[in-house]
Ligand binder design. Structure first.
Ligand SMILES: Nc1ncnc2c1ncn2[C@@H]1O[C@H](COP(=O)(O)OP(=O)(O)O)[C@@H](O)[C@H]1O
Ligand SMILES: O=C(CO)[C@@H](O)[C@H](O)COP(=O)(O)O
Length: 476
């Protein structure tokens, strides 16, 4: 009997990736990819074009398809379902003031954390709607429906009624993951009294519909939720994803409600929760530093690996695109501790790796402080391909770090969701047989942990000195 095939899509910030796999085992049989335009606002048609290019010739005998997408992006449609304006993405910080205003107007951080699981910052959809209402009111008046990037692609595939899932809905700021319900009062307040239609929230194994060719389409989800599904996380597993964003997350049985805003209390794609800390600056810190040094990515790695831990005293705060955690949307990066002796390309490369990972180590402390058990870190995303990252991560994180076999875990998780919807089973299929580790990094020694701790302390001190960010208890 020939295997049934399912496809998973990762429509992330920089590209669309596709995997086609065996629905029963998860074995990957085909892959594809296509780039997205750069920028923090993008017309959704560009994602649809990239979808077409990335899946060309790959979907012929596929029975089901699932879409994982970058979280939070604001897709606005008018009453004819035409796009009103280019989508504002999760990394667009123009709504930073709108976020502060909303937090203030609706009861402060703890009220937000309790009611929707998160304290909104500029990334959250609700703040983008507020920005639109205040800055482009005529366009806001035309908005009849608001979708997220994965909702929009799922709708393009089925042509039916728009749907979403609990995981992606939990990143809007107007959905309560604990009550499993939209907060229309919050939406209407943010959007100047307007109440656009929202997609129906499907259950984890529900079908969104079918394509015109009869391919089943699953509910889809946010990219981080899809990665968690693709990795089949167990208690004690925490993922650090180094894509455009840096994210730290794990699956939890109860939702987080962090009034400090460091941890977002998202829902996952299985009916559980996904506490998550996110930075705006991850893999692109490495690529931008490599470009500045005139080095290829492998030369950059080699340079970073020739420097001593601590980068000769250089501390790089890599807020190149502003920052989300800590919430410094208007920040720029800074490099502290320069002397004539330490000012070398190798130290600069090393400080970029250390600075980027220290931001995520703070995220690791934050999710730990909010109940996640951290037994091992699974390192994924484009930045995990860097040899220098692999060398520094165990020091700075202080726990065993493992690299799953290079694969697109968001796309794989979306495919697993599609297989789940196809099987209509109580639980998703187990694809563990195909879950292999590419690299199990040596557990950090006591001396390495101490070294990593010193690097992290210096990073936190520099952060406090430059931006006044106070440390949380979890960081000491
Ligand atoms: N060896 C490497 N070293 C550093 N960065 C890398 C390496 N390989 C890929 N990247 C970077 O990873 C990023 C893409 O990662 P990915 O997880 O696909 O991002 P996203 O899902 O946000 O689109 C790009 O910025 C790319 O340049
Ligand atoms: O905003 C978040 C998480 O809350 C980001 O993680 C986006 O979901 C984009 O992801 P990548 O493109 O970096 O994978």
């Amino acid at each position: 009997m020939t295997a049934e095939l399912v496809a998973g899509i990762d429509s992330s910030t920089q590209s669309t990736k596709v995997v086609v796999c065996d629905a029963e085992t998860g074995e990957i049989v085909r892959t594809g990819r296509a780039p997205h335009p750069d920028g923090t606002e993008v017309h959704p048609d560009a994602w649809w074009e990239a979808f077409g290019e990335a899946t060309k010739g790959l979907l012929d005998d596929v029975k089901a398809i699932g879409v994982g997408g970058q979280q939070h992006g604001m897709v606005t449609l008018d009453e004819n379902n035409d796009v009103v304006r280019p989508a504002l993405l999760w990394n667009d910080t123009r709504s930073a003031q709108a976020a502060l205003d909303l937090v203030d107007e609706l009861g402060g951080p703890s009220v937000w954390a309790k009611s929707v699981g998160s304290v909104p910052v500029a990334s959250f959809t609700v703040t983008k709607l507020r920005w639109l209402a205040e800055n482009e009111p005529r366009l806001a008046d035309r908005v009849a429906r608001v979708l997220l990037p994965h909702d929009w692609l799922t709708w393009k595939l089925t042509g039916g009624d728009p749907v979403t899932d609990r995981g992606d809905a939990s990143g809007t700021g107007y959905f309560s993951p604990s009550d499993n319900a939209y907060r229309l009062d919050v939406l209407s307040h943010a959007f100047g009294g307007r109440t656009p239609e929202l997609p129906t929230v499907l259950g984890p194994a529900d079908a969104a519909g079918h394509t015109p060719d009869g391919v089943l389409v699953s509910a889809g989800t946010g990219d981080n939720m899809a990665a968690a599904l693709g990795l089949e996380l167990r208690p004690g597993d925490v993922v650090v994803s180094l894509g455009t964003s840096g994210t730290v997350f794990g699956v939890a049985e109860t939702g987080a409600a962090d009034a400090s805003g460091e941890v977002a209390g998202f829902a996952d794609a299985t009916g559980r929760f996904l506490p998550l800390a996110c930075t705006l600056n991850a893999a692109r810190v490495l690529t931008a530093t490599a470009a500045m040094l005139g080095a290829t990515l492998s030369e950059f790695d080699r340079l970073a690996l020739t420097a001593e831990p601590g980068a000769g005293g250089l501390t790089f705060l890599p807020y190149l695109d502003g920052e989300r955690t800590p919430n410094l949307p208007g920040a720029t990066g800074s490099l502290a501790g320069l002397t004539r002796e330490n000012m070398t390309p190798a130290n600069l490369a090393r400080s970029a790796v250390e600075g980027m990972l220290c931001g995520l180590a703070a995220g690791l402390d934050a999710v730990r402080a909010h109940g996640l058990d951290v037994q091992r870190v699974l390192l994924i995303g484009g930045g995990a391909q860097s040899r220098a990252v692999c060398a520094v991560a165990p020091l700075v994180f202080g726990v065993p770090v493992q690299l799953p076999e290079v694969a697109e875990y968001v796309a794989l998780g979306a495919a697993r969701q599609a297989a789940w919807a196809l099987a209509s089973s109580a639980e998703p299929p187990s694809w563990q047989e195909n879950q292999k580790l590419r690299l199990e990094l040596d557990e950090p020694t006591e001396a390495q942990r101490a070294e990593g701790h010193r690097i992290q302390q210096r990073h936190l001190e520099a952060r406090e000195a430059a931006y006044g960010v106070r440390r949380n208890l979890g960081e000491d």
